[in-house]
Design a binder for this molecule. Structure first.
Ligand code: AGP
Length: 362
């Protein structure tokens, strides 16, 4: 109940929830550790995921964006193929299902009607479902075979922040534990890496002034903003664009760097803000090439890179974390930029127009 949760000294729930992210990651590490300090989840869940010949992730909005990252984790750490679907489209054109599918529903609230409709239809076909949710006892949790909890604490702001990072973290643990169950070693100590992530998150939460400056400089007067990224950064920029549009009402879109030349670049005008993420070594040169292309057409670039990959004119450099886990931290500057852009435009940050916290109609 929103009225029970105090904002404390925070002006908005969103800012409080952004700041809670390092603590949420630490809580998740604890909640998913066994007595020996090893990551562990319910044996039945590990077995069900492990036995699937294909995983179908179903979600909406921000939870869908977390699912796109989850696919990468699961495929890399378990070698099980994964498809990610927007719930509202899934029922119209259900893909041909594999012989032993497992469905993973990602939903902060556990009440999203579009996702529930898919759950009902796949249960009717006799398939198994795992729900990853923040709300124990929610509809999607009760109606699925298995549940993994996010441990993020109540999320009140309509714009999802800590639930997203919690979803990404829990998906990394699910992938890692399932991979080990299948005798595959991804070759990193996830407990240690998530600890590094939590510390990096703290540093980013302390960079509010820099993010407010970026919002003021790039987003005060513009009517649109583009976000670009490649590889994992592409999925994070989709989330950055959603955050910005839902609370600041600036028209924003996230694009894969390589797709720009296939159409979007036509939208670049003198002064158009383009926020680029550069946290992936393998695509660092190409994303920087894309930035040069938009700059040549007049764009106002804002490169947010990761330590070790940074170049002189980058606007902000995030601390270094394991390359696979960068979405957990690169999203924080984007959350904060959206927050300050909305604040400067005097928008209702916690309750944006036309939106509800959980969408219980199809
Ligand atoms: C996120 O900022 C949005 N408000 C929205 O996209 C949300 O993630 C979506 O409606 C899904 O909600 P759920 O996770 O509760 O199912």
């Amino acid at each position: 109940d929103a009225s029970d949760i105090e904002k404390g000294t925070y002006p908005h729930y969103m800012l409080k929830e952004v700041d809670e992210q390092p603590a949420v990651i630490r809580k998740i590490i604890q909640a998913y550790q066994n007595e020996e300090g090893k990551l562990a989840i319910d044996y039945n869940i590990t077995e069900a995921v492990s036995e699937a010949d294909r995983i179908y992730i179903i979600a909406c909005g921000t939870s869908y964006h977390a699912g796109l990252i989850g696919k990468q984790f699961i495929e890399k750490m378990t070698e099980i193929p994964v498809e990610v679907h927007v719930a509202s489209e899934f029922t119209y054109n259900m893909p041909l299902l594999s012989k032993k599918p497992l469905f993973i529903f990602i939903s902060q609230s556990g009440e999203t009607a579009d996702s529930r409709a898919v759950l009902v239809s796949i249960k009717a076909l006799g398939h198994k479902a795992l729900t990853i949710t923040n709300v124990p006892g929610s509809t999607l949790s009760r109606e699925a075979d298995y549940t993994l909890l996010l441990h993020a604490g109540p999320e009140i702001a309509v714009a999802s922040t800590k639930a997203y990072t919690a979803q990404v973290a829990v998906l990394s643990i699910l992938a890692n534990v399932t991979g080990q169950f299948r005798n595959m070693e991804y070759g990193f100590d996830l407990v240690k890496e998530l600890g590094i992530v939590a510390t990096a998150m703290e540093a980013l939460c302390d960079s509010k002034e820099e993010m407010e400056d970026i919002a003021r400089e790039y987003l005060s007067v513009t009517r649109n903003c583009f976000f670009i990224g490649r590889s994992l950064d592409y999925y994070v920029v989709l989330e950055g664009a959603l955050k910005l549009k839902e609370i600041s009402y600036i028209q924003a879109e996230g694009f894969a760097g390589g797709e720009l030349k296939h159409g979007t670049i036509a939208l670049i005008e003198e002064g158009t803000p383009v926020i680029a993420l550069a946290t992936q070594a393998g695509v660092n040169l190409s994303i920087r090439g894309n930035v040069k292309e938009v700059v040549a057409r007049g764009a106002n670039p804002c490169i947010i890179s990761m330590k070790g990959l940074e170049e002189e004119d980058d606007r902000f450099v995030i601390p270094e974390v394991n390359e696979l886990l960068t979405p957990l931290i690169s999203v924080i500057p984007l959350q904060l930029i959206a927050y300050y852009a909305a604040l400067h435009r005097e928008c209702d940050v916690d309750k944006p127009r036309n939106l509800a916290k959980s969408v219980t109609v199809e």
